[in-house]
Unconditional design. Structure first.
Ligand SMILES: C[S@@+](CC[C@H](N)C(=O)[O-])C[C@H]1O[C@@H](n2cnc3c(N)ncnc32)[C@H](O)[C@@H]1O
Ligand code: SF4
Length: 454
């Protein structure tokens, strides 16, 4: 079996493995005192050695893109900026008060929503305050998500002056008809303008987010989008599979489902995109990502040092990620937590002086080891098994691996596993063999929990 048939066979609902255990297995109503203790212990172990990653969720957008699956709040009222900055700083202070020494910030990412909804002056005020009495790691990597329509040269310059060297632009699709149906009018000239400005100012890496599987996308339209994209030579491209989850993202009910490509068409959109990137000098990195050979992500991946966390693939090796803001996820190394998902609850918790976390998970030693197998496969396409897990792996993972090996996607024995060239397009499926929760519950057909692999 090969090509489309294989993609079709493995196009089942599987997680993207930005955490293990995955979010559906976390517990509601997490003990905040327990979380504080985990944070303190993991901070003491990590801060001086590896430093911290910070993720800041800035949820506001001026208009709704109907496909969007992110946590966002649509408003044209910019007075929300001040109040939100104040609450973020209050949340940060709660973490700061738990530890004595200054946090060493190694990685900082502004995500959303739309970070460039905030004015350059407000971003400067917020970041200056956030980083006050912290140490910035010499190998820092500061990045942000910019919407091409409202990223201005002032945003780019202001953030550059604060140490940002990577920007990720949400492109999604350049076709006017697709843009009309997803409610995102975004002229390609605007994309060209912000990309050129970012380069002129000195940004080292420009990423584009593209999505395949959007309503009204065709092979011709995606070919044009990618050909235009390639003319700009973005250093990295995230080529995401459209996740259709109308039960949580209500905006997705605003277009006709009949406008979505069929499963087979979606697979062809993916294959077309992948072929165009590979033919034009890009290399595929892990899941969904392509990069030029000059980019750090490629260099690091060649050295086998790629890392993955909630922010996606990263070149940094921190084990501790603190997420601030509504719906943000933190991972201390021994626990995961997610903040309240509504602005109302988030404000209420932080204003009452309590941690904003609503759900989470304290990891067992077994979770950490199986999480490491999944991370190894996602980042290095190979892993070695620990003897203590062999019985579990043989009974739970081997039956899956046998099927994957029969299709030529992996080679494995009792020592470990390696992904084959063909297997590179099926990383999520391969990881799922080590997801003990998914395997034990046999949730493969639970469509409401995860989106499909492709
Ligand atoms: C939180 S958004 C931030 C980007 C910024 N707000 C913008 O629109 O330019 C991050 C990325 O998630 C991706 N995304 C959002 N909804 C998605 C969905 N339903 N399926 C797949 N990817 C999605 C988009 O590619 C988007 O650029
Ligand atoms: S894609 Fe970006 S701009 Fe559009 S609604 Fe989602 S977060 Fe906001």
């Amino acid at each position: 079996m090969e090509g489309l048939d294989l993609l079709d066979k493995y196009n089942v609902a599987v997680p993207r493995y930005t955490s293990y255990p995955t979010v559906p297995y976390w517990k509601e109503g997490i003990d905040t005192e327990e979380w504080k203790k985990c944070f303190q212990a993991d901070f003491a172990e990590n801060n001086r050695t590896k430093g911290l990653s910070l993720y800041i969720h800035l949820p506001f957008c001026e208009s709704l893109c109907t496909y969007c699956g992110c946590n966002k709040k649509i408003t044209q009222n910019h007075s929300v900026e001040d109040e939100y900055i104040e609450i973020l700083l209050k949340e940060w202070k709660m973490y700061r008060d738990l530890v004595q020494e200054p946090p060493v910030v190694r990685e900082l990412h502004l995500g959303g929503g739309t970070p460039t909804f905030f004015s350059p002056a407000n971003l400067k005020r917020f970041l200056t305050e956030l980083l006050r009495e912290t140490e910035v790691h010499p190998e820092r990597e500061f990045s942000f998500e910019g919407h091409p329509n409202n990223t201005t040269p002032e945003h780019l310059q202001q953030l550059f002056d604060l140490g940002f060297r990577r920007v990720s632009f949400g492109i999604q699709d350049n076709d006017p008809e697709v843009q009309r149906i997803i409610n995102r009018a975004q002229p390609f000239e605007r994309v060209q303008f912000v990309t050129e400005e970012a380069r002129r100012i000195g940004y080292r890496s420009v990423n584009y987010d593209l999505i395949y599987g959007l309503p009204r996308q065709t092979l011709e339209s995606i070919t044009r989008t990618i050909e235009q994209t390639i003319t700009m030579r973005p250093d990295r491209v995230a080529f995401y599979s459209y996740a259709h989850v109308p039960w949580t993202s209500r905006g997705q009910r605003l277009f006709d489902e009949n406008d979505l490509p069929s499963a087979k068409e979606k697979l062809m959109l993916y294959q077309t995109g992948k072929r165009l990137f590979l033919e034009n000098g890009y290399t595929d990195i892990g899941m969904d990502h392509f990069s030029l050979p000059e980019d750090d992500l490629y260099q690091i991946s060649e050295k086998g040092k790629l890392h993955r966390n909630f922010m996606g693939y990263t070149t940094q090796q921190t084990d501790m990620l603190i997420g601030l803001g509504v719906s943000s996820i933190s991972s201390s190394g021994s626990a995961f937590v997610q903040n309240a998902k509504t602005l109302h609850n988030y404000y209420e918790y932080v204003n009452a002086g309590r941690m904003a976390v609503e759900k989470g998970y304290f990891m067992t030693d077994e979770d950490r080891r199986f999480g490491q197998y999944i991370l190894d496969i996602s980042c290095r396409r190979k892993t070695r098994f620990q003897p203590v897990d062999l019985d579990t792996i043989k009974s739970i993972s081997f039956p899956q691996l046998e099927l994957l090996a029969a299709d030529g996607l992996v080679v494995y024995d009792e020592k470990g596993l390696a992904v084959t060239e063909t297997g590179k397009s099926f990383i999520r499926n391969i990881c799922s063999a080590f997801d003990l929760y998914l395997q034990r519950n046999n949730l493969h057909n639970e469509k409401r929990t995860f989106s499909k692999a492709i």
